[in-house]
Design a protein around this ligand. Sequence first.
Ligand SMILES: [Zn+2]
Length: 229
Amino acid sequence: MSTDTESRIPTEQEPAAPADEQERVPAEELDDETRARRDAALAHVRKLGDPVLRATAVPVERFDERLRTEVEQMGELMHAALGVGLAATQVGVLHRVLVYKAYEDDPLGALVNPVLEWESEERESKEEGCLSLPGVHVEVERAVAVRVRAQDPRGREVVVEEDGLPARVIQHEMDHLDGVLILDRISREARRDAMRALRQAREAEAGPGEASGEAAERSPERSQEPTPA
Ligand SMILES: [Zn+2]
């Protein structure tokens, strides 16, 4: 059992991942303040190599003030990180909780204990990023539409039906709750490219001289091909 289970989200909030964490604005266009806030938020997001990202989150049973604070902080972190979605595991909390906000004008969506009830047969490939995988953008095939049964942060049952970007974000975040990353949903070749991009992003962040060669996961290449859904 990981001690991370009970770790709290840092008060400064943490970020969410792109298209589900897809960044809405290219980094070059950010003003200094926004960029600084984003970087501070991103520092709280667990990155590839952290075992918590491979853990399976546990169902939430207590719908208390603490849970609502957790959800609120996740929303703030996602916003600061310029993400469109964030799963609790990404901030080291092994709760089946996700937040998402695909479009600027959408209200913040928060799903607790989400269960996929239906997905469309129609699928499409679109580029996704992940706040836990800096520098990685890959085409991921997913169902175009989904219906998910969940609870809201007060424990009330909710059913959400989404298509397009929100549906994609929800699927990406639900994956996180099962320890699945976009790297698991792409071809071996695409994964190799993604790992290279990740390494480069890390080296750029580390700055000259301290390029850490230590890669994310020991064996990013899984033996089996990504499962279709
Ligand atoms: Zn992600």
